[in-house]
Ligand binder design. Structure first.
Ligand code: SF4
Length: 320
């Protein structure tokens, strides 16, 4: 495989009241060529902001403080001048957003939006490639799609257009931020199967941001669990589902509905993810954890330690 991208010690903070509020800290991971690497966790854990930070497109770019390194093609993306980073965004690294209807321009026909991918990178528009790509993502009549405005297409069709747009310039990495959240279950499966097939055929890596562990089990090679701005577990996908170690990961898996199970109620993780302004230096899951040992869990930061091949956990229970 070989490493395609490496994020090192990424931290994001926002200035507030003369101080700063930490949103994520010490996030490190790598994505191998051709692999699907998933980031999971509840809403508010920092998954999307971590993904956006890779391309330095944070929602409040002027105010946010981003530190760390993002190594891609032997260069640190966070140190690149904006004009050089623009050449990578949408070309070498493309993004598929969770809500295609709001990611596309409602005033432009699909044709113009696909052509824009070339024009923004000062490339000649390749109409044949656009046609072929639309066929690849499952449109039998590309001409009809090209002549449509976004509101004339269904959510599933729009997500296919987004995938075509992402793949058009042959990126090496696609950041797929909850690509199926806005879709019904049948279309979800079609879109994920399509992404998976295209990944193999085009040799693309995917960073999949999701809270859907079933998608992770089916499509990922490795998975990292985020909680309150930190990574708490990272493992190969088979190892993760067979032997999850962190109490939060175990809770997420217990909360999944099980096919054929006689259990009539799901088992939620009690409590909520803390707000960033309430983040503590020690374990942030402590107030929801049934195995908390106050003296060990609530006094100092917990190291993110290797507990097996390609398996890391941040929990005192795994550090004896
Ligand atoms: S460090 Fe302590 S509180 Fe945190 S997850 Fe592990 S056992 Fe629970």
């Amino acid at each position: 495989m070989g490493k395609l991208l490496e994020a090192k010690n990424l931290s994001i903070a926002l200035p507030e009241d003369g101080g700063q509020v930490i949103l994520t800290e010490g996030i490190s991971f790598d994505i191998q060529k051709g692999e699907v690497y998933s980031l999971v966790g509840e809403s508010g854990c920092g998954k999307t902001i971590t993904a956006l930070s890779l391309l330095n497109v944070l929602p409040t770019a002027n105010a946010s403080m981003l530190t760390g390194e993002v190594l891609f093609n032997d260069q640190d993306l966070l140190k690149l001048p904006e004009k050089d980073l623009c050449k990578i965004r949408g070309k070498d690294i493309a993004v598929i957003f969770q809500e295609p209807s709001s990611a596309m321009n409602p005033l432009m026909k699909v044709r113009a939006q696909l052509e824009e991918c070339y024009l923004l990178h000062q490339l000649e528009v390749n109409h044949e490639a656009i046609d072929l790509m639309l066929k690849e993502v499952g449109f039998a009549d590309p001409e009809r799609v090209l002549n449509s405005y976004p509101h004339e297409l269904s959510g599933g069709m729009l997500q296919r257009v987004m995938i075509a747009m992402a793949l058009l310039l042959k990126p090496k990495l696609i950041i797929a931020d909850e690509p199926t959240t806005a879709l019904d279950v049948t279309i979800q499966a079609q879109i994920m199967d399509l992404l998976d097939r295209l990944r193999r055929e085009h040799d693309v890596s995917i960073l999949l941001i999701t809270h859907n562990l079933n998608l992770v089990a089916q499509y990922s090679d490795r998975v990292a669990v985020m909680y309150a701005g930190r990574m708490v577990e990272e493992a190969g996908v088979e190892e993760f589902f067979a032997k999850p170690c962190h109490p939060y990961s175990k809770g997420l898996l217990r909360a999944l509905p099980k096919m054929g199970s006689a259990v009539s109620t799901l088992e939620p993780i009690q409590g909520q993810v803390p707000l960033p302004k309430n983040f503590v230096p020690s374990c942030r899951f402590a107030d929801r954890c049934s195995q908390v040992v106050e003296s060990q869990c609530c006094s100092a930061p917990i190291a993110f330690k290797e507990v097996g091949p390609q398996h890391k956990v941040a929990c005192v229970l795994e550090q004896k």
